[in-house]
Ligand binder design. Structure first.
Ligand code: PMP
Length: 396
């Protein structure tokens, strides 16, 4: 069939460029050790930064949630799918990050991808006087949100405050929206949020912060990047995901109540989709208690000590560990083929590390993306360090 032939040719073209991605099926809960094809692997590739994805208390809460609410919400939020568990979660999330916002309110989403589409389109779509200013290294979901909004968009170079200021100064838009990741997902570094916020306040722009990788891991109480930098402003629009450090799934946006009401009324990725199963929202209440409590403090300290251990132990010469202090610890190799070979060699040794190539990262910057978790212990990290140091030497 002609249509299938065309698809096959396109897949072959990807294969020729060594860009075909393979999925591996995991036969165990998410954790430091996972089972794949009957082998136990030490996994350094999940976003389960605090090791909550298989936490006994959250699993019990999920069962309890299913017993109370059943398994499906049955409808979208604006029809009949907005259940008490969602309302309780939203209230709890508004408290969780509310110290950093004015008149805080939160809205929950099925995924971070949808939250990002919703927040950007909700703030701008249909507004002829809106312009977006998007950071170069933003996550794909933010980029897609900008595309979907169909308003004029500028991409400013990574962490370049001067370039952003030039753009903001020149803009005549009545609604300006600056959009940034807080922790860059492929680099692990932090955006200069205090300086970005100062610019937004000066030029009257919203600052949308995607804290997918900071929520739960940053700040003394795990409240994320806004707590880490001690920021508070009515200009902040905060997006956090609940499938990484929080260990479950879903996402939320927290901001001034007027922003949230606007999203409820206007954001199509919120309006036209079935609400997440309420049992998940119920389980997340336990997850948030853990993040804020002593266990969260202990787990964040464990994560930080593993980051320091990796930093101390790696002796790389040709490869380069990017200067990240977060759980995302990329090792820049550059060449696609060498990166893939390195990933495969680690896998052979039972170490599962993500090998990331273009187009996910810029050409010539292929890398191993190590992610650490409080579920790891120092022996696990020592094993990874030994393997990486030896591999770099051997692959010369
Ligand atoms: N933003 C960032 C920075 C992310 O890394 C991700 C997920 N990898 C998302 C948004 C999307 O979140 P979710 O996985 O919940 O859709």
């Amino acid at each position: 069939m002609e249509l299938l032939n065309r698809l096959n040719q396109q897949l072959q073209a990807l294969d020729d460029k060594q860009l075909i991605r393979k999925r591996r099926t995991v036969n165990s809960p998410c954790g430091a050790r996972v089972s794949v094809d009957g082998r136990e692997l030490l996994a350094f590739c999940s976003n389960d930064y605090l090791g909550l994805a298989n936490h006994r208390k959250i699993k019990l809460a999920l069962q309890e949630g299913a017993a109370i609410y059943g398994v499906g919400s049955g409808a979208s939020h604006l029809i009949s799918g907005h259940v008490r568990a969602h309302a309780m979660l939203e209230e709890r999330l508004a408290q969780f990050v509310g110290a950093h916002l004015e008149s805080p309110r939160a809205i929950s989403f099925c995924t971070g991808y949808m939250a990002n589409l919703a927040v950007i389109t909700g703030l701008t779509a249909g507004d002829k006087e809106a312009e977006i200013f998007s950071e170069e290294l933003n996550h794909a979901s933010l980029i897609d949100g900008v595309r979907l909004s169909r308003v004029k968009a500028h991409v400013y170079p990574h962490a370049n405050l001067q370039a952003l200021e030039v753009l903001l100064k020149a803009s005549k838009a009545a609604t300006k929206v600056v959009v940034t990741d807080s922790v860059f997902s492929m680099d692990g570094n932090l955006a200069p949020l205090p300086q970005l916020l100062a610019l937004c306040e000066q030029y009257n722009a919203w600052l949308v912060v995607d804290d997918a990788h900071g929520f739960g891991t940053l700040g003394d109480n795990g409240h994320g990047a806004l707590e880490h930098f001690n920021l508070r402003s009515p200009y902040l629009v905060y997006m956090g995901t609940l499938g990484k450090a929080a260990g479950v799934g879903g996402a939320f946006v927290a901001a001034h109540e007027t922003v949230i009401e606007t999203l409820i009324q206007k954001a199509r990725p919120y309006i036209f989709t079935t609400a997440t199963p309420p049992a998940l929202a119920h389980a997340l209440l336990t997850s948030l208690d853990l993040l804020e409590g002593d266990e969260g403090v202990t787990r964040r300290a464990q994560l930080q000590s593993l980051v320091a251990q990796l930093d101390d132990g790696l002796r790389l010469q040709r490869w380069q560990r990017l200067p990240s202090k977060t759980a995302i610890q990329p090792i820049l190799i550059g060449d696609n083929a060498e990166t893939m070979r390195a990933g495969a060699a680690l896998y052979e040794q039972g170490l599962w590390v993500g090998a990331i190539r273009p187009p996910t990262v810029a050409a010539g910057t292929a890398r191993l993306r190590v992610t650490l978790s409080a579920a790891h212990n120092s022996m696990d990290v020592a094993k990874l360090i030994g393997a990486l140091n030896a591999l770099e030497r051997d692959m010369k």
